[in-house]
Ligand binder design. Structure first.
Ligand code: N7H
Length: 475
């Protein structure tokens, strides 16, 4: 496969059979996630409903692209968006007993609860109660109009009631800065760096960054095969699906901000240098709040920062500008450290959205006193071809690993467990070496705890639309 050209008519069968949101985010402001367990002995009703739900609600990638075009040309906003996902036990419930040989991703087959050793997740007993249950399916609803989404959700919940139990419902809500860039709860622009599968998006990247042949430092173009899997449960050769990871990650915003402030005061004790203290958070994330990569600049405010992604770490091998523990450097090193392993193969298509409400904006409470310690965070979601080689690889081999990349490269100083998502074996705090910026040498050693707690989640597959339409209640 190559980059998708939406105007290439020969791709029509692929675009109509693929669910939306996989090759490009749906971009809606609000989401509802309904986790379902089907009732025993209701298989006929379940099968009928899945077919009906698909026809009425599930949005194909073709439809998503058509809505994108309407928005671009006539400013007409998209309608309610919906997708449908099944777990391994969901497939088994539906009577597909050969799932493990056909959808043979080891992680998907086992389910997230049985992979806590891989990801170093908290024990299942510490997950939110609802995530301890055996989930069969998840429905994603997304809309810019919250009321319309709510109405659809209540209709769906009523329908489901006849043959399933709703284990729980989660809600996501985008938060934005003054430039309208999407944020996460620590206050940083999120969703800037993604693998791009559409030809026009790759062209936009080059035009935005004004690249010439010699000035491409990062290539976001990705073969759709990075996230697509031939749907083994239909003969349709153009039917593809994708493995999907869902994780509820709670953020201790106050803890993060206080730690940033305390370390910032140590690095820049002079009150005159107060603004420079933000570099601590930038070194933890790898970007300033506005998106400016810390490897490129040591203060925020770079023009175009909220979309800037044309950089790599080649000129900073030791981590003197952007520490190796920085979240975006850990999760995408933009470099092959191990010649036997292509880092590009581990990329994921991230589709997360913040959850939980908070009243105080980061900029309005610099001391962080009113920030929440719990109840807010990220509904992390991503698509991939292999959960083992993509999400789990990033979590285990890179984020949780205090010796990545120094195990491969002795010049790589200051690596540690990722301070955003790392889940170390030893309980925190751990010592982090923050390099002194502005041409100074040496490091400030700071002991820091983790600020993100995994509350539960599951592994799913987003089946192709032809498969969902073919589920037959007579079989
Ligand atoms: Fe991350 N954060 O606020 O610190 N992430 N992330 N993430 N993340 C990124 O470049 C964040 C999580 C990746 O290509 C940005 O798009 C938070 C998980 C990858 O340069 C910010 C949480 C995993 C990238 C955050 C969280 C990843 C990335 C910068 C959880 C995978 C792209 C914006 C609460 C296992 C790296 C951007 C690249 C970027 C944050 C979770 C992976 C601000 C708060 C679980 C691959």
């Amino acid at each position: 496969m190559k980059l998708i050209d939406p105007m290439d008519y020969s791709l029509n069968p692929l675009l109509t059979s693929l669910q939306g949101n996989i090759l490009k985010g749906h971009g809606r402001e609000h989401t509802t996630h309904i986790f379902i367990h089907f009732d025993k002995d209701k298989i006929k009703s379940v099968k009928n409903w899945i077919r009906q739900f698909t026809a009425e609600y599930v949005v194909s990638f073709k439809q998503q692209l058509r809505e994108r075009e309407l928005f671009k040309r006539n400013n007409i906003p998209g309608k309610l968006f919906s997708s449908f996902f099944l777990t391994n036990s969901g497939y088994e419930y539906l009577g597909f007993n050969d799932v493990t040989s056909k959808l043979n991703d080891e992680a998907f087959v086992a389910g997230m609860k049985n992979r806590i050793d891989r990801n170093n997740d908290p024990v299942v007993g510490d997950w939110e109660k609802c995530y301890r249950e055996d989930v069969h399916a998840m429905i994603l609803l997304a809309d810019d109009e919250k009321g319309r989404m709510g109405k659809a959700a209540s209709v769906i919940l009523q329908e489901i009631d006849a043959f399933a139990r709703v284990c729980h419902v989660e809600y996501g809500n985008a938060i934005r800065n003054k430039y309208n860039d999407g944020l996460e709860h620590f206050g940083y622009v999120d969703g800037i760096s993604q693998p791009l599968f559409l030809k026009d998006e790759v062209e936009d990247f080059h035009s935005y960054h004004n690249t010439t042949d010699n000035t491409v430092y990062f290539d976001p173009a990705a073969d759709p095969e990075l996230v697509l899997v031939r749907d083994p449960f239909t003969d349709d050769p153009d039917a593809f699906g994708s493995y999907f990871v869902f994780r509820k990650l709670e953020q201790n915003v106050r803890g993060f901000k206080n730690a940033e402030e305390a370390a910032g005061k140590k690095m820049f004790p002079d009150k005159m240098d107060e603004e420079k203290r933000e570099i601590i958070g930038a070194m933890i994330v790898g970007r300033y709040e506005d998106g400016t990569p810390v490897v490129v600049d040591n203060e925020e405010g770079m023009i175009g920062s909220g979309k800037f992604n044309n950089f790599n770490y080649d000129k900073d091998p030791s981590g003197g500008r952007c520490p190796h523990f920085a979240h975006i450097r850990k999760t995408n090193p933009r470099h092959n450290f191990n010649s036997a392993d292509d880092h590009l193969s581990h990329r994921i298509a991230r589709r997360g959205i913040p959850f939980g409400h908070r009243d105080v904006d980061t900029a309005l409470d610099p001391e962080g006193l009113q920030f929440p310690e719990s109840g807010v965070g990220l509904l992390f979601m991503c698509f991939q071809k292999s959960i083992v080689n993509q999400f789990e690889f990033i979590q285990q081999n890179w984020a949780n690993n205090p010796n990545f990349p120094s195990a491969f490269d002795p010049f790589a100083k200051n690596d540690e467990v990722d301070l955003i998502i790392g889940q170390p074996h030893q309980k925190p705090p751990r010592d982090y070496q923050f390099p002194f910026p502005y041409n100074s040498s040496g490091n400030l050693q700071v002991s820091m705890k983790q600020f993100v707690t995994m509350k539960g989640g599951e592994y799913f597959f987003a089946p192709s639309i032809p498969f969902l339409q073919s589920i037959n209640s007579n079989e």
